[in-house]
Design a binder for this molecule. Sequence first.
Ligand SMILES: Cc1cc2nc3c(=O)[nH]c(=O)nc-3n(C[C@H](O)[C@H](O)[C@H](O)COP(=O)(O)OP(=O)(O)OC[C@H]3O[C@@H](n4cnc5c(N)ncnc54)[C@H](O)[C@@H]3O)c2cc1C
Length: 402
Amino acid sequence: MKTKRYDVVVVGGGIGGIAAAIAAARRGCKTALIEKLFVPGGLATSGLVYIYLPICDGCGTQVSKSLAEELLHKSFLYGPGSVDEKWQERKAHGHDSTRYRCIFSPAACMLGWESMLEEAGVDVWYDSLVCGVRMERRRVKAVELENMSGRVAVAGKVFVDASGSCVVARLAGAPTLSANNSRTIWVLDHQKGVKPSPQKDMGEHLAINYISSLPPEELPPDYDKPNYREPSGKDVSEYALSTRRELRQKYLDAYASGKYDRTTLFPVKLPIMPQFRRIWCIDGKTTLQPDQYGMRFEDSIGMVADWRRFGEVWEVPYGSLLPQKVEGVLAAGRCTAAAGDAWEVTRVIPSAAVTGEAAGVAAALCVKRRTIPSLLPVKALQHALAENGVPLHLPDVGLSYK
Ligand SMILES: Cc1cc2nc3c(=O)[nH]c(=O)nc-3n(C[C@H](O)[C@H](O)[C@H](O)COP(=O)(O)OP(=O)(O)OC[C@H]3O[C@@H](n4cnc5c(N)ncnc54)[C@H](O)[C@@H]3O)c2cc1C
């Protein structure tokens, strides 16, 4: 089997992996990004997500900067989207459309993020499924992938697991946490006469429609039943088949109502990734717990805002990027360690960018210092992140602890 060698190997080309790969490559590392799909962005694009959730606290303070901000602006470079200029106006309550966030078209976002990978010199491997790890004692030394060339080994000095489901960490034997997922039925429609709104405008007549926006009495049975915990391969197929069956019914009902026909309402694009929000995250050296917003972590690698609540800001500890029992691997994105409600905050796009950048910088420092992530002095990492413009602690942006 052929072996390719890199300094840093990032598994997963979602937002977490993109941020990690760019951060490592910008620090001079020979970096590979391995992605099983044929496009970048992961759930944020292939799952037809279209809101880059806020990088501010909702009370006028920006808390995530550097790559989290750069990626936000690149998400709408080739399509509709903008940041509301009034985002700094203090909001006590209400809807969040004036926070520092944006709406993007998933395809435009793919183009924008891919251009950043190319500019950073990341070696992108699409259509490549990681399906094995090679270990030396507890340390991951290579991953094995399948693609058109057959089976290939990719060796690295440090690995970033940004697979959204802890593929590397689990194959290596690290403990993980899981959570329930409810069903999501989501489609990019052409819908004549659709009222443009900040939430739905993807261009004329295009809207991402989702059945969760229906009134409760019209929701399909079992819509919100929490299930799909630790989904098996067969569960994923069942999820796809059942949600698409319901989508077909949605179109048939709309045509039968006489309000639409096949030329005025039809699907343009379906999600091509299972829309599970939380699959597996590592049970880290530190696992972020519910209600730990507004708390100081000495080893903070950046901050993220609660997208659902105003004024709740979380410092993210470096320990939440470090798996237990396995060496040579950092988690990024929704794979980072968070329990319960804390995972709701760390799993979203801006948070994945923050942890991705931290993982990429940490990996690059490990390469330079010939060490492993668990032995990297956190002060060195914090210094490097601060050089990138990442605020680490609440007082850095003028906020105080609770
Ligand atoms: C229905 C739904 C709506 C959401 N809405 C929003 C929203 O409005 N705003 C927001 O900010 N967030 C939203 N989120 C959350 C957000 O989109 C994701 O949590 C976030 O994008 C995760 O990024 P990630 O990089 O951690 O993981 P992922 O996006 O899951 O990326 C992981 C990547 O790894 C690849 N991969 C997996 N296994 C392998 C393997 N074995 N080999 C190679 N590649 C592999 C995958 O193909 C994928 O591209 C939503 C999520 C869902 C499910």
